[in-house]
Design a protein. Sequence first.
Length: 328
Amino acid sequence: MRAIQITELSGPDSALAVVDIPEPEPSHMLTPGQGVVVDVRAAGVSFPEVLQTRGEYQLKPPLPFVPGSEVGGIVRSAPPDADVQPGDRVAAFCALGGFAEVAVAPAFMSFKLPEELDFAQGAALVLNYHTAWFALRMRGRLTEGETVLVHGAAGGVGTASLQVARGLGARTIAVVSTDEKEQVAREAGADEVVRSDGPWKDQARDLSEGGVDVVLDPVGGDRFTDSLRSLRENGRVVVVGFTGGSIPEVRVNRLLLGNTEVVGAGWGAYVMGRPEVTRQIGSEVMRLVDQGFVRPIVGARFPFDRASEALRMIDERGATGKVVLEVS
Ligand SMILES: NC(=O)c1ccc[n+]([C@@H]2O[C@H](COP(=O)([O-])OP(=O)(O)OC[C@H]3O[C@@H](n4cnc5c(N)ncnc54)[C@H](OP(=O)(O)O)[C@@H]3O)[C@@H](O)[C@H]2O)c1
């Protein structure tokens, strides 16, 4: 099969090679001896693959390896007790190996792809939407009627979080850096949009009449203190990522003074050993698809052999919604 490997740790421009390698066995590292084999139509591209081309991601397989954490495709084979069966359209999280014509995912991370969504949207469904649900609902305890501020709101996690928050009955304030990203955040259903280079903290406090209930933060960096200041009493900042480059530090007296919280949300680490949690999140996300709240926004589609351009787009802050590789 054709696949893309990371062959050296030299960054998006030079780390990738298109190769011909044997198809994988029906076995996944999380479920040894078992797995759902998928004929891949589209592969999702995300920040971790950019980091992997530099050896900067926590998952560091020996070189060369096939990156790609999630796919949309058609099931070729599956364990008899899996929720998907041969011939089904599927959205699957494979962790690695997605940039290939054939990939393997654990059964508990494989979901029937609803009619309403195409394969590219299937490749955008698990990582970002499960993270959004986990971060907003399970870690951030977001409830109906609350207000949530979403940083990096035009990105993959950002657009997913806007849609999931809406599905939970919350009001959303999106923070973005450009006009184009403002459009994307509105398309994703943001109630309000403010600019990251403007007085967003004061705007958020005004728009929420005194402070937001939850800040969802995939960006980090120097805006973190203002995120804390934008909260109302009992508010929560949910830490999801650090695309801004630096890891913020908190002076904890701020939490005492404001009666606020900082909460970590590491989806992968939490759910990998808890299949029942993944099933629960999966059914909540599918309910939001059925209700029309969840419609992954695919911002750019690249042919298979132009994967390095896809990675560069993310690296250079140019991505909106989900970036996808068209595999076949
Ligand atoms: N905790 C978890 O379980 C979990 C799960 C999935 C992903 N993540 C992490 O969440 C983060 C976001 O992922 P994503 O897929 O949403 O990424 P993305 O689509 O590239 O969006 C990231 C956003 O970050 C903002 N940003 C600010 N400074 C940036 C910079 N210097 N370079 C790049 N972007 C910058 C950009 O928005 P503006 O230009 O509008 O500021 C951009 O739209 C990543 O760090 C990822 O690893 C964490």
